[in-house]
Design a protein around this ligand. Structure first.
Ligand code: FE2
Length: 268
């Protein structure tokens, strides 16, 4: 029997205060010690204000973790586009690409993802990374064209068509889709634009869906024909006492018909 473990983190908000940086260090050290070699998937809001200083700090922390664990990350609204309730920074996408745009720590492949010239070619904000019997599919759900100051994101028709093709081409693998925005939260400032077409694209068509954004933990089994969905909490928030927690997902026999997915929250 083969087994693939993955760690899901989200909403680190490096730069919000000194405690966020210290807690990211603790989280990463804990993951590195307890789960060396396990891929770490981070669903956005890695920085708090998308400043050069915060991106550099985050890259420094990522580089340390990547010595033991490969990392894939997608941007959140605090990294790019409208940054929560702050001003729009037209340079934040290029900063994202410069500091965090390339997956780190992977032995079997290197390069960029989520860019127009990365796989799949010709689609902005969509990327695929293959590892053993898993296909990690990343989505940039930021919306730089949104004229309203808000935390909402956007998934375009073009992106969904590209996503549909990727999911179809990788049927048979365990397909793990990751984006920042919560695809079925509500509210003018929070709801993801294009959520309906996104959810109909992934319906019955991926095995795991990971996201963050709301800072509230949520788990759904078999919703919309997807075996497991996880909405991560803000991982630099203490859950109880001084505890920090991460999501650990185990996939038994990935990419087979008898594949079984289990999930737990783990104190780091
Ligand atoms: Fe956040």
């Amino acid at each position: 029997m083969s087994r693939q473990v993955i760690i899901h983190l989200s909403d680190l908000h490096v730069g919000q205060g000194q405690k966020e940086t210290v807690r990211v260090q603790r989280l990463f050290e804990g993951v590195s010690k307890r789960h060396p070699g396990v891929p770490v998937l981070i669903t956005g809001d890695i920085t708090d204000n998308a400043s050069e200083v915060e991106f550099a700090e985050a890259k420094h922390l990522f580089t340390d973790l990547a010595r033991t664990n490969p990392i894939l990350a997608v941007p959140g609204n605090h990294d790019y586009a409208w940054k929560g309730n702050l001003m729009f920074d037209p340079d934040s996408w290029s900063k994202w690409l410069e500091y965090l745009g390339s997956p780190l720590g992977w032995e079997e492949q290197s390069g960029k993802w989520l860019e127009r010239d990365s796989e799949p070619a010709g689609v902005d904000g969509l990327g695929i990374w293959r590892h053993n019997d898993c296909a990690f599919i990343g989505i940039d759900s930021g919306d730089p064209d949104d004229k309203v100051i808000s935390a909402r994101g956007y998934v375009s028709d073009t992106l969904c068509r590209g996503l549909k093709g990727l999911l179809k081409a990788n049927a048979g693998k365990t397909r793990i889709v990751m984006l920042h925005h919560h695809p079925f939260t509500e509210g003018f400032f929070w709801a993801l634009k294009g959520a309906d077409r996104f959810l109909s694209t992934v319906k019955n068509n991926c095995e795991i869906l990971l996201f963050g954004h709301d800072h509230n933990y949520g788990i759904w089994y078999e919703r919309g024909g997807i075996p497991l969905m996880v909405a991560s909490h803000k991982c630099t928030s203490r859950v109880s006492g001084d505890c920090l927690m991460c999501t650990v997902i185990e996939i038994h026999d990935p990419g087979t018909e008898k594949s079984l997915i289990s999930h737990r929250l783990e104190v780091v």
